[in-house]
Design a protein around this ligand. Structure first.
Ligand SMILES: [Zn+2]
Length: 294
């Protein structure tokens, strides 16, 4: 499968921008890390795609964005974290959620997500992180992202997301886009964009025919002059390390670490995002205890 990538377009008059993500490889990596069922692959895959797209809207290289779906459905909470370049990692509480297909033959994403909230946290490095919340309107995720932009950020946007799961449960294609109006957008362009958007029924149907970013730009910006801004490679990228988990152990305090030593067994931690295992031997725990004592 091709590397995942994001391509950004802008109308020549600066009325609107389109950010398209091809995330098949990212979603397939998530499927392999978390052994997701097809329903869960669709939920987590759409969320990862949305988080990656929203990450790309941030301004500074050190910014990070946490995208959370807090629904009451059997899939549980879905958490994705992305960076300024669109690299993303994520997990969901119940990757084994398995629901019957909907009457239209599609995976039941809204059934797995349920009702609740979408919560976006932007950590801009300095000061308190910016937190935005919006009620889930459908649980299909794309509509929820669109509603979030309207309610919480007052930015007129349209979002489309899709994940197509293959017969062997791997991800066949995945992707999506965010279309955003920029300040002072031209009314005639807005009308054209609205009309053009009605033509795009299914992201995965178009992608499964082998089309990518350029095709979506042609469809969304039909009759409008536009330019391709840039293309960037993105991946499922975790930031975990043994050092981070060591810091976590130190923060537990002396008594906790002593209790672990008293248990007399290695301590094993597993990253929630990428399932990487980190083992601390008793000798390493003693060293950590010494560091904590200082
Ligand atoms: Zn990790």
């Amino acid at each position: 499968m091709n590397n995942s990538k994001i391509t950004r377009f802008i109308t020549s008059d600066g009325s609107a921008r389109l950010i398209f993500a091809d995330t098949g490889e990212i979603v397939n990596t998530a499927h392999m890390h978390h052994l997701t069922t097809p329903t869960a692959t669709a939920v987590l895959g759409r969320a990862l795609t949305a988080a990656s797209l929203m990450g790309c809207l941030m301004k500074n290289p050190t910014d990070s964005l946490t995208f959370q779906l807090k629904g009451d459905g059997p899939g549980g909470t879905v958490t994705c974290v992305s960076d300024y370049s669109g690299n993303v990692r994520g997990y969901m509480d119940n990757p084994a959620v398995d629901l019957p297909l909907k009457p239209n033959g599609k995976l039941d994403v809204s059934g797995a997500v349920g009702q609740g909230y979408i919560c976006i946290v932007r950590d801009l490095g300095a000061g308190e992180p910016y937190v935005g919340m919006s009620e889930l309107v459908s649980g299909e995720i794309a509509e929820d992202v669109t509603a979030y932009f309207a309610n919480s950020e007052q930015t007129p946007s349209a979002c489309a997301l899709g994940v197509l799961v293959d017969r062997d449960y791997s991800c066949r294609v995945a992707g999506g886009f965010i279309l955003q109006l920029l300040p002072g957008a031209d009314d005639a362009i807005i009308d054209k964009l609205e009309a053009n958007m009605t033509v795009i029924n299914s992201v995965t149907e178009i992608m499964n025919k082998g089309y990518g970013a350029e095709r979506f730009a042609q469809l969304v910006f039909d009759g409008i002059e536009y330019e391709e801004f840039d293309t960037i490679d993105i991946s499922f990228k975790c930031t975990c390390s043994k050092e981070k988990y060591e810091k976590g152990l130190i923060s537990l305090g002396k008594d906790e670490i002593q209790a672990m030593l008293d248990d007399g067994e290695d301590v094993e931690t597993v990253c929630r995002f990428c399932k990487n295992k980190y083992v601390f031997s008793l000798d390493e725990l003693k060293d950590i205890l010494d560091k904590t004592a200082k």
